[in-house]
Design a protein around this ligand. Structure first.
Ligand code: PGA
Length: 253
């Protein structure tokens, strides 16, 4: 059984004050839920105060990025040990915005994943194709390459969650169709099976890209979808709570 997982990726949004105000509204909307995991990934500067506010709640603290060295002369970077020290449980790695704007390669992503696993931090590993890649029928080639290179020499997948995020669906309002999601997730599962055999069945695969309360019901009811990684709609406490309470949203569709 794979426990469903709904993660808020706040990207570069919310000051500490705004983040705490969000939690005041959000926590009571989800506090009785215990059959799924909920995660929030605020900016680095909010991790400590948000972490404190999340103590004794059912919400997990997540980070949006990490560097792969333990410590040293790497101005501006944050190590897995530092995240662990703040009780971070999951780290998002390989998000397409990091690949695009910060030139993160599959090799860099692989080093980051390894560094987190070494420190016993769980990883949300993002993969996904661009619109050009999809239109030239390269989606599966891209996903295969991202998985093979990103997970090179990672022999134990226990700390891994994958997130399929088609780049063209992120922040665009152009959510992937149920058929596109199902096909991509099945392909990702098959690739994970080649690497991890029967252990692949335990790995959760999230969908990300223009998830809203209006489309969450059908996304969550798609084969091999074990949760969602949510950007824009996660900035609003009511919207994100509706996404977490996905089975109640059927009437919206
Ligand atoms: P979005 O972002 O929900 O705003 O499309 C998703 C993501 O980038 O994780």
């Amino acid at each position: 059984m794979r426990t469903k997982f709904c993660v808020a990726n706040w990207k570069m949004h919310k000051t500490v004050k705004e983040a705490l105000a969000f939690l005041q509204d959000f926590i009571p909307l989800v506090d009785e839920i215990n059959d799924r995991e909920i995660g929030i990934a605020p900016t680095f500067v909010c991790l400590e105060s948000i972490g404190n506010a999340l103590k004794d709640t059912n919400i997990k603290l997540c980070a949006q990025n990490v560097f792969y060295e333990k410590k040293g002369a790497y101005t501006g970077e944050i190590s897995p040990i530092m995240l662990k020290d703040l009780n971070v449980e999951y780290v998002i790695i390989g998000h397409s915005e990091r690949r695009k704007y910060f030139y993160e390669t599959d090799e860099i992503i692989n080093r980051k994943i390894k560094a987190c696993i070494d420190e016993k931090l769980n990883v949300i590993f993002c993969i996904g194709e661009t619109i050009e890649e999809r239109q030239s029928n390269k989606t599966f080639d891209v996903l295969k390459r991202q998985i093979e290179k990103g997970l090179e020499n990672i022999n134990n997948p226990d700390a891994l969650v994958l997130a399929y995020e088609p780049v063209w669906a992120i922040g665009t309002g152009m959510v992937a169709s149920q058929a596109q999601i199902e096909e991509a997730h099945a392909f990702i599962r098959s690739q994970l099976k080649e690497l991890y055999y029967e252990k692949a069945d335990m790995i959760r695969i999230l969908y990300g890209g223009s998830v809203t309360p209006e489309n969450i019901y059908s996304i969550m009811n798609t084969e091999n979808v074990d949760g969602v990684l949510v950007g824009g709609a996660s900035l609003d406490p009511v919207k994100f709570a509706r996404i977490v309470r996905y089975e109640e949203q059927r009437r919206n569709e």
